[in-house]
Design a protein around this ligand. Structure first.
Ligand code: GUN
Ligand code: FE
Length: 427
């Protein structure tokens, strides 16, 4: 579809509010200059002359946002899961991430990652790379080619890291500065830098101070991990006895929301004080339910986050999570919340299909601006789903067909995808 205006026809389903789908069966979704102009049951006369792409009985949903994924870990997704977080990092993650010093390996591995992201229903993502500047730039080149709109971060690690995957504080700060300059020279359209201190156990206070300077100089956002796992929580307490809550280890340095747009993965063990701070500072939470199960972290109190009005999106957290498929993450979020309600705390009701869909679209999309809905003025990110692979002896309404997608869909259902009005090549 070329030109400033084009129209998609199909069964349009999206969220305006968190607990309700907005549905327009056999309707028209109009794109003008890369933005949503509107959704119409009958095409207005004035739009009659513009090209219409008729997707028949397909579903059309907003693009999905993955608020937390590790690109270098894609190579061992689904492997080595019989461990808890800290052991899993030592045994699987750090040895694999060290390989990205070799740009030939990085090229091979990141090509596989970028291809999978391109073919998925994801249109936006916040991505961790590794500590290596050349490989991170390679990943950014590849992500730019996919047409997806992403934040990518060179990881910082200057303590408690194995010798083969560690930087000095000075190296880490200097390499990050050089990387940011490289990124600006490359003039990417859709690929943006994001500061990425791995987590407090691998980042000194001095490094955090250096990162704040960079944050202010280049107005950079930040991504990291927060209150994920009990052993990690205990370690952070030991390393930072001055911190009253885990969030202090970022907030003390001005790296926790407010003037620094921030997304924190997990927040499984965030207490009321930490939740209050996230609300106050506008911090986004990336809820990663599959990862939280795989590395035995726990189940985040997502219902509480929603009740308090926090920004919540979903993350695949590959390779803590085994798949980049965000439909899986939506189903896992529902399933985990039910178990939490049953075995841990029956004051927090389970999540619904409407709520997890909102998180995967409009909730996480908000980190990127007006993204993740088909309300007028939103970026035109759309995914066309062909669910004809799933046979049914009875007719299903549009809501049921979408609900079924959360449990059954993968990239095979992705028939077409648009990011900011541009069609992504799915071949
Ligand atoms: N905490 C620090 N690094 C990581 C990581 O790579 N994955 C997860 N799930 N948690 C982390
Ligand atoms: Fe992670």
């Amino acid at each position: 579809m070329n030109g400033p205006v084009f129209i998609l026809k199909g069964n349009i389903i999206y969220s305006k509010e968190i607990n309700k789908f907005t549905i327009c069966e056999h309707g028209y979704l109009v794109c003008r200059d890369g933005y949503v102009e509107g959704v119409y049951q009958t095409l207005p006369f004035k739009l009659g002359g513009y090209p219409v792409h008729d997707y028949g009985d397909c579903l059309i949903i907003p693009g999905l946002t993955d608020l937390h994924i590790h690109a270098p870990q894609y190579s061992f997704r689904g492997l080595g899961m019989d461990m808890e977080l800290l052991e899993w990092l030592e045994a699987n993650t750090f040895p694999e991430e060290a390989k990205y010093k070799d740009t030939d390996y990085a090229k091979k591995a990141y090509k596989i990652f970028a291809d999978s992201m391109r073919k998925s229903a994801t249109t936006r993502a916040c991505i961790f790379a590794t500590i290596h500047r050349p490989a991170t730039l390679l990943l950014m080149d590849l992500m730019e080619k996919t047409g997806l709109d992403t934040y990518v971060g060179k990881v910082n690690m200057d303590r408690n890291s194995p010798g083969y995957l560690s930087e000095t504080t000075k190296e880490s700060a200097e390499e990050t500065l050089e990387w940011v300059k490289d990124v600006y020279h490359r003039k990417y359209e859709n690929t943006h830098p994001i500061l990425t201190p791995r987590f407090t156990p691998t980042c000194t206070d001095e490094l955090m101070e250096e990162l704040k300077k960079l944050q202010m100089r280049y107005q950079l956002p930040l991504q990291s991990h927060l209150s994920e796992n009990q052993s990690e929580m205990a370690w952070v307490k030991e390393l930072c006895p001055w911190a009253e809550i885990y969030a202090d280890v970022y907030d003390r340095f001005g790296l926790f929301g407010a003037d620094c747009p921030t997304v924190m993965a997990h927040c499984v063990y965030s207490d009321d004080r930490e939740i209050g701070r996230m609300k106050e500072n506008g911090v986004f939470i990336a809820h990663c339910p599959e990862s939280n199960m795989n590395v035995s972290s726990g189940i985040a109190p997502v219902r509480k986050f929603l009740e308090k009005g926090l920004h919540v999106g979903l993350g695949s957290d590959v390779a803590g999570g085994s798949s980049e498929n965000l439909f899986r993450a939506m189903a896992h979020a529902i399933q985990a919340s039910k178990l939490r309600w049953r075995v841990q705390d029956d004051s927090l009701e389970a999540l619904t299909a409407e709520e997890v869909f909102y998180m995967a679209t409009k909730g996480g999309g908000a980190f990127f601006g007006k993204v993740g809905s088909f309300e007028s003025g939103y970026d035109f990110d759309a995914v066309v789903l062909d669910d004809s692979r799933f046979k049914s002896p009875r007719p299903l309404d549009i809501r049921s067909r979408l609900e079924r997608m959360l449990y059954l869909a993968d990239e095979r259902e992705v028939h077409a995808k648009y990011v900011k009005g541009k069609e992504v090549d799915l071949s």
